[in-house]
Design a protein around this ligand. Structure first.
Ligand code: DC
Length: 229
């Protein structure tokens, strides 16, 4: 793909556990777009902060670390996004619950968001992207051709996470997962900087009652309708 061709951007936002990343990845594969998981960028920054032993609630200490954090994204042969932290591949280290909670906490700081903004926009300048996150349609790519706000009830999201952990052989209590899901919603929706909310021109898709395949078909249909692809 030539860098100078006009690019299509698809923004998929929504709360944690709504299935954004699996659906966005599958839609990107089907439409031959580059999938950008922006949560992974926040998670990579969170890993650095945790490793340094800095308290995520200490905004000044977190901001002071930012110049030391070098994040790059790379794509492997299968088109999967790899995350590099100061050159180290940390892709497999950023999926823990501790990282989830830390990423949610530090992503509330405007300094952190500003620090990570340009690398997200750069991707959309270079490629046709399907980018998922919390503020893609509202802040990162306000001119995206397609905006989808993907949601589901907190119970449905916690249940999916519960099932995923069961299948992985690392089970966790459902009530704890539900509490953590709600805590992250609280953080992500009520922060002052780029809170989670649907863009005015977003299509809201609630997946509580529909399965993966139906959700995927609906997303592809919305993208095709809006882009003519
Ligand atoms: O999508 P995720 O669960 O991997 O994201 C981890 C955290 O990062 C999430 O709780 C909030 C934050 N985040 C954000 O603030 N803005 C984004 N565009 C993506 C993630």
């Amino acid at each position: 793909m030539e860098a100078s061709e006009p690019k299509f951007s698809v923004a998929i936002d929504g709360p944690s556990g709504a299935g954004k990343s699996t659906l966005a990845r599958a839609a990107a594969k089907e439409l031959n777009f580059v999938y950008v998981d922006t949560g992974a960028i926040y998670r990579t920054a969170a890993l650095y902060i945790l490793r340094k032993g800095v308290e995520p609630g200490d905004s000044a200490a977190v901001a002071a670390l930012l110049p030391e954090i070098g994040i790059t994204m790379a794509y492997d042969g299968g088109g999967l996004q790899r995350m590099l932290l100061n050159g180290e591949d940390v892709t497999d280290l950023i999926r823990t619950q501790e990282i989830s909670m830390t990423a949610s906490a530090v992503s509330a700081y405007p300094a952190v968001r500003a620090f990570l903004l340009e690398m997200q926009r750069d991707m959309a300048k270079k490629y046709n992207v399907i980018m998922d996150g919390r503020d893609i349609g509202t802040v990162v790519l306000p001119d995206a051709a397609v905006k989808i706000f993907l949601t589901a009830s907190s119970e449905a999201r916690a249940r999916r996470r519960w099932l995923e952990l069961e299948q992985r052989g690392t089970p966790k209590d459902f009530d704890v997962l539900l509490r953590e899901t709600r805590e992250r919603d609280e953080n992500d929706m009520n922060r002052a900087a780029a809170p989670l909310r649907p863009a005015e021109d977003a299509v809201v898709l609630d997946t509580t009652e529909i399965n993966f395949q139906e959700s995927l078909e609906r997303i592809i249909e919305i993208i095709r309708e809006r882009t003519g692809l």
